[in-house]
Design a protein around this ligand. Structure first.
Ligand code: C5P
Length: 223
């Protein structure tokens, strides 16, 4: 009998907007030599395509068509466009991502990456439903969160760093609205998996959050 090929480990990192999960995911992947996928970037690419076509993100048919036409090369190419990271695109992404057919169209790209990360060592994927839907058998699941006011303050700092004028109350209101939409989706809502390690970074520096996350991941990989 041939032994089954061991599966490469998957680390799932979920959490709300501006929780710091993307930064953590990138640092953990670089430290372990794993490949990183930002799943939100796929939803953002769909949203930006719809917006660029002059269509509102609420147009379900346009969102489905854009998701079905998105191939990995095109999604990757769109990441260098600064508009992909804007709050307008983020909000539009949270609208298109509530459409079941949009989620279905993006499923294979995420599951293929999880099963066959390009470097062959392991995958770190961040998003909203990685530990619950994309990789429910991930070896380590983190749910990274922080108080909305603190996330809004961090996001405001990022925007100001980019020279974008923004008002704290507006950033906070957008953040709360996106949280509400993401956690109340009929399918794949943002929720911590029951076996996820919940990391509240409200009172942590980026380095403290990284140390706590890495130590959890290393323990899970050693089990
Ligand atoms: O993480 P990011 O802010 O880039 O994600 C943009 C939006 O895409 C989120 O607000 C969420 O609505 C959606 N998303 C999702 N599932 C994921 C990743 C992102 O629904 N796995």
């Amino acid at each position: 009998m041939t032994a089954a090929t061991p599966r490469t480990p998957v680390i799932a990192i979920d959490g709300p907007a501006a929780s710091g999960k993307g930064t953590l995911a990138r640092r953990i992947a670089a430290t372990l030599g794993f490949d990183h996928m930002d799943s939100g970037a796929l939803y953002r690419a769909v949203a930006l395509t719809v917006l660029r076509n002059g269509t509102p993100p609420e147009d379900t048919a346009a969102a489905i068509a854009a998701a079905r036409a998105l191939d990995p090369a095109r999604a990757a190419a769109m990441q260098s466009d600064p508009a992909i990271r804007s709050d307008t695109t983020g909000t539009a992404a949270s609208v298109v991502s509530a459409v079941p057919e949009v989620r279905a169209a993006l499923l294979d790209a995420q599951r293929n990456f999880a099963a066959h990360p390009p470097g062959g060592r392991g995958a770190v994927i961040d998003g909203r439903d990685i530990g619950t839907v994309i990789s429910p058998d991930a070896v380590a699941k983190l749910f990274v969160t922080a108080d909305p006011e603190i996330r809004a303050r961090r996001r405001l700092g990022e925007l100001q760093g980019q020279g974008v004028a923004a008002i704290f109350d507006d950033v906070l209101a957008d953040m709360k609205e996106r949280d509400r939409r993401d956690s109340q989706k009929a399918i794949s809502p943002m929720v911590a998996a029951p076996d996820a390690f919940v990391l509240d970074t409200s009172r942590m520096s980026a380095d403290e959050a990284f140390a706590a996350a890495l130590s959890f991941v290393r323990r899970a990989l050693d089990r």
